[in-house]
Design a binder for this molecule. Sequence first.
Ligand code: HEM
Length: 537
Amino acid sequence: MAKDTVYSLDQVQLHNREGDLWLVVNGNVYDLSKFTELHPGGAGLLLAKEVAGQDATEAFFSLHRSDVLTKYDRLRIGRLAPDSDSASASATGDKSKAAPTLKKRKEYLLPVVGELSPVPHAEPDWLHPKLFSPYYRSSHHELRKSMREFFDSRVRDEAQEFELSGERPTKALVDLMGRKEWDIHAMRMGPGRHLHGKTLPGGVKGEDFDYFHELVVVQEMCRIGAPGYMAGLQAGMVIGLPPCLNFGDEKMRQKVLPDIFAGKKFISLAISEPHAGSDVQGIQTTATLSDDKKYWTVEGSKKWITNGHFSDYFMTAVRTGPKSLSMMLIERDDNVETKKIKTSYSASAGTAYVFFDKVKVPVENVLGGEGNGLKVILSNFNHERWVICCRIARYNRLIYEETFKWAHLRMSAGKRLIDNAVVRAKFAKMIAKVDAGQTWLEHITYQMTKLSYAEQSQALAGPMALLKYYLARCGREISDDAVQIWGGRGITQGGMGRLIEQHQRTFHFDTLLGGADEVLADLGVRQASKRMPLASL
Ligand code: HEM
């Protein structure tokens, strides 16, 4: 049956029973005869007389996400004749009201792969066709287009499936992201000489790649809405590789970088331990220097290591003396063992315990010099926190978008959720938070494009800590409001509210990772207090 066949409502109505069931959704005719028994929402609802052989658009959209239609496009057999559209728009028979509602839904509910969302505030303002931004050039726009197409069409389905199943991202995808034409792993490490000489997606020259390009890559990636899976996609690299980039010698760079950027090998940052979290001074993993001073022998264990379960390298903080902390690159061998830890987000992330049992590490693998571990760790904190900020800001917006759509679909007590003032008040808070958060993030990103790495550590450590604290608090509050609007679906895995459920289960990662909210808030205020000119009192 050709999919462009046009049917009248009378024709559709003839197919209204078990084994011969058609219905209309959004102007398209579906043959559900063989699907009725497989329907996750049950057969009974489809066979009800208001649904079977009728235009079920209203009923459909108050119970499904629009991507169900994309996924089940194979069931579509044709279109409803245009003159049937408004005549049959609602099974309630209220023709005057039904037509505009349907029109509106067509406009914003069917997402097009690679396109901008038409939902107001669902995209940051720099993507608004009528607004201006001082920060983004055409290369940022081109890169964004290319990243959106990539993540929408090649990553989203796998991400959604694996977020629930806990499988790690497929090798095929990780390899693809590492290919020359995409170079996504390398771009995620931010600007630097590792990108020089390359032409990146959207035609961006590696030398011109700046923090706004990096922001674009991170934020486009977040839209797939699968936090644990996303962590499985080389999050360990983002935090574990910088010491190698910034302190590694040429030999180490040549050995490690190409395989990681190609997606052939994985690295993770191994700092936290059962007895030491953000408190790095409490680290107990020790390294003893051999008599010939050629290698260190490492013993101890690490906990909550993102990607640890499948990492080939561990950028590890170890005690090399009672008062000496060092950072070293440890390659997996038979004396390194990893064991998965179940966390509240997806096992895709490969979060693990790492056990080092007398592992021999060449002295050349110490980064930044023996005893300089803290300096190496601190030098990376700003960038790590900034990446987390990019992620939270975009994820918060996604949760808002999903919820705003839902509030326009869901009918309760005869009206849409959005028609209730109490619901609109929640959206006022959400929109203010997502737009303010992004604006502050862009302001700090701009400073990063102007300051050297060392200057950033000086001038931005406090503001960055406060920004991360702010965005993570917003994430918590947005999650709370979203769940209240979604009701039971906000706490149900799978189905329409799946992103909301994921978020309310996982937003705490953002309130802890890269420094707990309380620690960062205090850091921001202490930094400000240090700059306080006493003469002004
Ligand atoms: C083209 C027609 C339809 C297709 C392809 C379809 C497909 C699906 C799918 C795939 C789900 C699982 C949702 C998910 O996991 O995201 C679902 C759930 C459901 N469907 Fe349908 N469906 C159709 C029409 C309808 C209609 C017309 C009704 C009601 C009159 C209905 C009622 C439900 C219900 C109650 C659920 C459970 C959703 C929940 O409670 O969150 N479906 N459907």
